[in-house]
Design a protein around this ligand. Structure first.
Ligand code: SF4
Ligand code: SF4
Length: 81
C-alpha cells in the first residue's frame, strides 16, 4: 500500500462547538451547511433569547467550515480532533 492510498483511508473527525450565549437563532449556519457543506446542521426545537431556534448537529461534520465562516455572530468553531 503506497502513501497516497494510506492517506486516502485516513478518517478525519471534526468537533463543532456552538456558543449558545451568543447565538440569536438566525439559522444561517443551517442553511450554509445544507447548501454548501455536509448537511448535518439542523434546526432544533429550542428557542434562543431572541426567539430564534438554536442549531444542532445531527451527523458527522466534514469540516468544510462554511457554518463557522458565515455565522454573523462568530458563535461557531470547528476543530479537527
Ligand atoms: S448562524 Fe450563528 S447566530 Fe445564526 S443560528 Fe447559527 S450559530 Fe446562531
Ligand atoms: S463545518 Fe461544514 S459540515 Fe461541519 S457543521 Fe459546519 S457547515 Fe456543516
Amino acid at each position: 500500500m503506497g502513501l497516497i492510498s494510506s492517506m486516502a483511508k485516513k478518517e478525519r473527525h471534526f468537533r463543532v462547538e456552538i456558543e449558545e450565549a451568543l447565538c440569536k437563532g438566525c439559522l444561517i449556519c443551517v442553511y450554509a451547511c445544507n447548501k454548501l457543506g455536509g448537511g448535518v446542521l439542523r434546526r432544533s426545537e429550542r428557542r434562543t433569547l431572541l426567539g430564534g431556534l438554536y442549531p444542532t448537529l445531527a451527523g458527522e461534520c466534514i469540516g468544510c467550515r462554511w457554518c463557522e465562516r458565515l455565522c454573523p455572530d462568530l458563535c461557531i468553531s470547528v476543530e479537527e480532533e
